[in-house]
Design a protein around this ligand. Sequence first.
Ligand code: SAH
Ligand code: SF4
Length: 365
Amino acid sequence: MNSVSEILDKHELSKQNIVRLLSITDKGEHDYLIRKAYSIKETTIGTNAYLRGLIEFSNQCQKNCLYCGIRSGNHKVTKYSLTDEEIIQVVELAQKNQFTGIVLQSGEIQNADFTKRITGLLIKIKKATNAEFRITLSLGEQSLETYQEWFDAGAQRYLLRIETSSEELYRKIHPDNELHNYKTRLKCLENIQKTGYQTGTGVMIGLPFQTIENLADDLLFIRQMDIDMVGMGPYIEHTDTPLYNHKDLLMPIMDRFNLSIRMIAVLRILMPSINIASTTALQSIVPFGREIGLKAGANVLMPNLTPEKYKSHYLLYENKPCIDEEADECIDCLANKVKMVGEEIAYDDYGDSKHFTKRKASFNP
Ligand code: SAH
Ligand code: SF4
């Protein structure tokens, strides 16, 4: 088997090479991989971190994913939905704090009322921000027409995690019905890209039944799909979900954390100019988790701006950080932590994915 430094000197990584990098157990090798990924980040996209404010505006969800704490089958959850006015207040808070964009995330609802509500909301946000703002949607699977309507109303980016690129594993972590179908999810991702969005996807890392080969395939899937932005993080078990029954299959939480960090590093090496988020799930395991993600090649942070009274009802997984802090406090502590790892928050920059800018130039010469 090749040494890590020999593998990293290669021009092109094979699946076998990726498996070897993800399987690293030696601390020296792990650190070497991280340093290599960071040097690529420094030379291609620099040491700026981009901020997007995350608004988890509703936990109502029609789906029942076996891993997720707000699945429709979990009746312990108190349902909530922010009003448009409450969302606009958060947008204003984000602008006041020099954010150049937000991510609107919620459970998945597919109906005409929801589509219309989001279209109206996008128009209001555009007006409130003089259109000088980037809006990312993370509202799950929708029809091509709905994606188009929201794009036309002003959303520029869309995040839809494939969760795993293995159809077999996808079936194990979702109920077996029409609403949870791998091929439909993949089709939605293709439709998002076709509509013209900066397209984001991602996976959960350390799921029960998941192999290192699955994760290597996930990274190759992301590259083959020509994705612009990625958010991936450790799977964190939630007591009130069916997947919790398989908790004995899970690797220790710190192993899941370090594997997630290596996934970020290998992806940065494979795709030097995409945006990669350092996710909140990393921070829920290690207090400096997101900053460690930045040092491994990530360049986007999504501080949670959901008002405090709702945050505790959006527990996709347990031990979510900062749920009892108001948004302003979170922003201050984040800026300090980013400085401590030698990075700078880029306040006056939309932070568009450079990969997207290049991709757009090639289909719009
Ligand atoms: N409903 C939308 C967006 C909200 S869920 C959707 O599903 O696309 C956002 C992400 O949270 C999911 O894509 C999933 O990857 C992640 N998530 C859910 N449960 C999780 C868990 N137990 N551990 C880690 N991530 C989880
Ligand atoms: Fe709903 Fe998204 Fe959770 Fe699935 S992952 S249950 S779609 S919120």
